[in-house]
Design a protein around this ligand. Sequence first.
Ligand code: ASP
Length: 405
Amino acid sequence: MLTGKRVRIRAKGKIFEGIVMPSFTGSLVLKLENGYNAGFREYEIIEVLEDFRAQVPRAEIVRREDLPNVKIISTGGTIASRVDYRTGAVTSQFTAEEIVSDVPEIAEICNVEAELLYNILSENMKPSYWIELARRVYESLKKYEGVIVTHGTDTMHYSASALAFMLSTPKPVVFVGAQRSSDRPSSDAAMNLICSAKLATSDVGEVLVCMHGTTSDEFCYAHRGVKVRKMHTSRRDAFQSINAKPVAKIDYPSLEIEWLSWRYRRGERELKLRDRLEEKVALVKFYPGLGSDIIDYYHSKGYRGFVIEGTGLGHVSTDWIETLKKVCEDSIVVMTSQCLYGRICDRVYDTGRDLLRAGVIEGEDMLPEVALVKLMFLLGNYSLEEAKELVKKNFVGEIEPRSTY
Ligand code: ASP
């Protein structure tokens, strides 16, 4: 077992040094000196330098009867680990003791129990992992007041959407990540985690994403899982609600919650899980000159769900119309916009009207990624004809009735 040890390896013709993190993918994951994690499939261990694991201080967990119980499920990403450069200690934030010794404020808000599900960068997520995650969250919701999912930020909004569709929840399910790992002075990990703990014990019953609201440590936003997107590569306030208001603002450090939009309240919905997804759904971004043979290709591979990220109000080249007409006979094609903000309206221009005649469905104000996950969910659970009707309907707030943003 190399986990927790500092090693020197040779990979890709270079030498790397770092601390071995838990990994589930068969790759070696190293926490490098610069604070980032890197995965290596092929490598040669040159030397095991030190074992820091034993030096990690552990807080003693004292269960408080007056506090709610919250489950933290780790899936990996930047938030999942830190290195204390003074001692070299690895704190993986995978056990309740590690989380509480790293972020002691959490123990004032709730009793935490922790479960390590994955330790992956979120670009390595897959629909099958969303299903496993949904099952774990579902089981946890039977016993705990709320669930926190720690997750890499890159694809957090896909996972949050997947859970929002698969899981009807009477309690909060809060996704949280960090743009900077907690061994860096500018880390957002602790504050995001503290605000997410507050949210996980609050009066809300839906899937949310909790991240910094500004670049400084003033407040976090709780975004609806189906209305949020990572909009910046590195800023701490990278996550923004699109075509909707954030659900809440959690002030820091007072942790007062201000509700900013409608929400599902705690206890409003019954706990249910529908854990089937059809993976053969494609998301295709149109650009000038892209031929419709890309659609033919997916179709020939058995894909029956398509989300197109079209231009403006929801367009692709007129050259695509014949292909789309053919594909729409046995598939669903949903149009979304690469503008992200605003609503699809294919009634304004001729190209749009042709698309509607071909059978393309307007994706309203849904984000392309959300439409993708929704189609996976619908095709996994309903017939094609039913899915064609249901995709236009709002399930969990992914379609706002009116565009006011
Ligand atoms: N690429 C990383 C991930 O999504 C970034 C992060 O952890 O936030 O897992």
